[in-house]
Ligand binder design. Structure first.
Ligand SMILES: Nc1ncnc2c1ncn2[C@@H]1O[C@H](COP(=O)(O)OP(=O)(O)OP(=O)(O)O)[C@@H](O)[C@H]1O
Ligand SMILES: O=C([O-])CC(=O)C(=O)O
Ligand SMILES: [Ca+2]
Ligand SMILES: [Mn+2]
Length: 686
């Protein structure tokens, strides 16, 4: 037992026995583009990072204690309802591909019955309500046992005898109370947002993502080198699923969210998220599309279910596991299991992966992009890897926001997949990003930020817990959100790269082949470990600006994008939101105000008709002038004092592009041989 009286399970083994498992480097598997883990060794240490000591006027501890009694259990009465039904095996998608039920479909057993899939093999022991209200439990016990324990099962385990209360689609206010009461590290900030900690993981874990490889996915999906789909078998999935479900069943309560994805009503899917934390439930409440009470009433059986047991690790002796984290996708069962990571983004991006499988089957292109629309109905897509500006630039006070991260492009135009936004908060300022700043209010989840312990004012410059601090808010929190979140066909396709080498121009106009070349390359360069002094920028290539989420070969998405751009006459642009005046260390990040001017000129159409010249090596068309932007920065060579260093850096980056593209040279993009040839020739020449 530890000095503080806590029993530290497995800590001795961790130190003296089995070594702690680290995620193995998967050779050739898609790179890790997620954030690093926290710099804390213990939970207490992690929690101490979150709060900053107050200014001297902070009341002393004793004075604050008087408020403790305000944390009251008395809550609004919730309708308790016993849940009946038998083990509801997840239905399989028919072999010919998924068949969906529209939002209005009424299922045989309603949501109540399908919750039974939570149980291991016997009937459910699930009670809707808050276990804190013990007085109501006996009624439930007798009710449920009436249904299921007259004939005792042969193999009744202790866990099968206990009740798990389901907190079903709670409101943000209720979730706040649950989080603050039960989840260490949950606090209300001065603007009303809920500050939470995601635990040891503060970013996604792409190396721990597994996808079940079976007869269907074998042929459909992209496997092998460069693919994000690391295989697992069905049996192993079931092992992890049972582990997650047993864990969830061992709890007094779980949260269940029933929500929608995709604002295109014809291609909407119904998702259920079963999780153990109010933080997770509120996050998904904000990020998915929220059903109306009527839609919830008629929700029926979900098309896809997530079991998030993130607090509980996977068993590292389980086949295919290389760490204690596992995010498992089973397309056949329409299920996802999360073990060993509480980072909420896994749920959001896990569902995005599912959409990247389902939508292309219907000839709908799924995109890792932001999207907004001007007053004249002109739509722009913003592609880019994490941190390149999708959320920042699609959230534009002069335009309608359709969405910040995940979209579909189909026959009728674009639709947002989500119901919320997930903005990076590091160095967030009210002046530069007023709409995002104002969206951080009651209902918003603030992950891993640091705040003053007394005033609860957030310090957005703090990276103490992580640099990947985030805010998740419903899209309506942005004043000019386009509701419903759909729009016509895009006019501009903007590829964002944060080039920390400082050699890509702030803006270039691309022809179709160049657009496809850069879309398939998916380049950005960030700076690793900023706190440890100056480091070389780290180039990242992630196909389709989101290799971690795609399920089919990148050329499939690329072919669809090319066809749609051609058909609708969209123009491609490459915008560098990264360094200017030199690489990281000597130059600096291009001012957001300048990038916004460039984007304005793209939207207005003025840049389309500007005068251009071609750059060497990358062969990019760059404008001579952009209103509101100093002309000399438009060609990076002007901003470098050391011209030789500029040329070397340019050639170095060109070499990285070339190496990366090697794996695509033998692939055909769609049926068009000519376009394929052109794409191969659209890269740097040197
Ligand atoms: N010139 C610039 N253009 C765009 N963003 C900039 C610029 N300079 C600084 N930034 C900052 O870079 C970050 C861009 O992050 P943003 O949230 O938009 O990323 P994202 O592309 O949406 O990534 P993710 O997919 O991870 O959500 C913001 O913190 C923004 O303030
Ligand atoms: O998913 C996340 O953690 C954040 C995000 O949007 C991305 O990385 O693209
Ligand atoms: Ca974003
Ligand atoms: Mn994203």
């Amino acid at each position: 037992m530890a000095a503080n009286g806590e029993i530290k399970v497995g800590s001795a083994a961790g130190r003296n026995g089995l070594p702690k498992i680290q995620t193995a480097r998967q050779n050739g598997i898609c790179h890790d583009d997620s954030g690093p883990t926290v710099k804390a060794q213990t939970i207490d240490e992690l929690h101490s990072l979150q709060k900053k000591k107050s200014a001297p006027n902070t009341p002393i501890k004793g004075a604050q204690a008087a408020f403790a009694t305000m944390c009251e259990e008395d809550r609004q009465k919730q309708q308790l309802q016993s849940i009946s039904g038998d083990l509801n095996e997840a239905r399989r998608w028919s072999s010919g591909g998924p068949t969906f039920h529209s939002g209005k479909e009424r299922s045989d057993g309603s949501w109540v019955a399908s919750l039974a899939s939570l149980t291991r093999e016997t009937g459910p022991k699930v009670v809707k309500g808050d276990p804190a209200r013990k007085s109501e439990t006996p009624r439930q016990v007798s009710h449920v046992s009436h249904h299921h324990y007259f004939t005792p099962a042969i193999d009744v385990s202790d866990s099968a005898l206990k009740f798990t209360h389901v907190l079903y689609n709670l409101s943000p206010a209720e979730l706040y109370e649950q989080a603050i009461k039960n989840e260490h590290g949950s606090f209300i900030t001065s603007s009303g947002a809920l500050a939470t900690l995601s635990g040891a993981k503060t970013g996604r874990s792409p190396k721990d993502k597994r996808v079940v490889r079976d007869e269907t996915t074998e042929d459909d999906l992209w496997w092998g080198k460069g693919s994000p789909n690391i295989e697992m078998d069905e049996h192993t999935f079931m092992v992890n699923r049972e582990r997650a479900v047993d864990y969830l069943n061992s709890l007094d309560k779980v949260f269940v969210n029933d929500q929608f994805l995709n604002w295109d009503p014809k291609n909407q899917i119904k998702v259920r998220i079963v999780s153990a934390r109010a933080y997770h439930s509120l996050f998904m409440h904000n990020m998915c599309i929220r059903p109306t009470p009527e839609e919830l009433e008629n929700f029926g059986t979900p098309d896809f279910t997530i079991y998030n047991a993130g607090q509980f690790p996977c068993n590292r002796y389980t086949h295919y596991m290389t760490s204690s984290t596992s995010i498992d996708l089973n397309l056949g069962r329409r299920e996802m299991v999360i073990l060993g990571t509480q980072y909420a983004g896994e749920m959001k991006k896990g569902l995005f992966s599912v959409m990247h499988y389902l939508m292309p089957k219907r000839q709908i292109l799924s995109l890792h992009s932001g999207c907004n629309m001007g007053r004249d109905g002109d739509v722009a897509l913003f592609f880019g890897l994490s941190g390149t500006g999708k959320t920042t630039l699609s959230t534009d006070h002069n335009r309608f926001l359709i969405g910040d991260d995940e979209h579909c492009w189909g026959e009728d135009g674009v639709s947002n997949i989500e119901g919320g936004c997930y903005a990076k908060c590091i160095d967030l300022s009210k002046e530069k990003e007023p709409d995002i700043w104002n969206a951080i209010k009651f209902g918003t989840v603030l992950e891993n930020v640091v705040f003053d312990e007394h005033t609860r004012e957030v310090d957005y410059t703090e990276k103490t817990v992580t640099e990947n601090t985030r805010a998740a808010y419903p899209i309506e929190y942005i004043p000019n959100a386009k509701m419903p979140c759909v729009g016509p066909h895009p006019k501009n396709v903007i590829l964002l790269a944060c080039d920390a080498f400082g050699v890509l121009p702030p803006v270039s106009k691309l022809n179709l082949a160049q657009t496809m070349y850069h879309f398939i390359s998916g380049y950005t360069a960030l700076v690793a470990g900023t706190e440890d002094g100056i480091k070389e920028p780290q180039a990242t290539f992630s196909a389709c600006f989101g290799a971690a989420f795609i399920m089919l070969h990148p050329t499939k998405y690329a072919a669809m994008l090319a066809a749609k751009m051609q058909k609708h006459g969209a123009t491609g642009w490459l915008v560098n939101t990264g360094w200017s005046g030199g690489s990281y260390g000597s130059g600096s990040r291009i001012k957001l105000a300048y990038t916004r001017k460039i984007i304005d000129a793209i939207h207005s159409g003025s840049l389309l008709n500007a005068n251009y010249r071609k750059t060497e090596v990358f062969g990019l068309e760059i404008p001579i002038e952009v209103e509101g932007v100093p002309s000399e920065i438009l060609d990076p060579v002007n901003t470098w004092s050391n011209k030789k260093a500029h040329k070397e850096t340019l050639l170095k980056l060109a070499g990285l592009f070339k190496n990366n593209f090697e794996v695509f040279v033998n692939h055909k993009i769609g049926k068009d041989d000519k376009l394929t040839e052109e794409i191969l020739g659209a890269g740097p020449v040197f």
